[in-house]
Write a protein that binds this ligand. Structure first.
Ligand code: FES
Ligand code: FES
Length: 153
């Protein structure tokens, strides 16, 4: 199938297998391996990307279904600023361990903070409830997102 979409501000037009998952298209066709594949069942959130401005789990979509859309992956989330405030806060506080969950959490938290400038802990936990972290127990991540919320965008 021919698809046309925009990924991290770059246009792509090409043919894909109808059964190709969006996450596999991003990783294997475009080489954007920052989007991780964990469960492939929509549970872990490690494959989260923004599709037309909303977080989606890219293991639950076919690439063909993304035809015509604008996608932002972890490679494009900071809009050319180096690291964005969520990435900086997570990095500075060493909130992660193995980092496998990182890209999904950064995407989800960045999207959330753009809509909630003054969240409390419970808001952050709910916002990240679709993202599993197997290492940290979540508290350092939640603290890092709360700290990021206090920084000027
Ligand atoms: S790999 Fe997509 S939600 Fe786990
Ligand atoms: S830091 Fe290892 S899964 Fe989150």
């Amino acid at each position: 199938m021919k698809i046309k979409l925009n990924v991290n501000s770059e246009d792509y037009t090409g043919d894909v297998e109808p059964r190709l998952l969006l996450v596999d298209f991003l990783r294997d066709t475009l080489g954007l391996t920052g989007t991780h594949v964990g469960c492939e069942t929509g549970s872990c959130g490690s494959c989260t990307v923004l599709l037309d401005g909303r977080p989606v789990k890219s293991c639950l979509m076919l690439a063909a279904q993304a035809d015509g859309s604008r996608i932002i992956t972890i490679e494009g989330i900071s809009k050319g600023e180096g690291m964005n405030r969520v990435q900086k806060s997570i990095s500075e506080s060493k909130a992660l361990q193995c980092g496998f969950c990182a890209s999904g959490i950064v995407i989800a938290a960045t999207w959330f903070l753009e809509r909630n400038e003054n969240p409390n802990e419970s808001d952050v936990r709910e916002a990240l409830s679709g993202n599993i972290c197997r290492c940290t127990g979540y508290q350092p991540i939640v603290d890092a997102v709360l700290n990021a919320s206090k920084e000027v965008k």
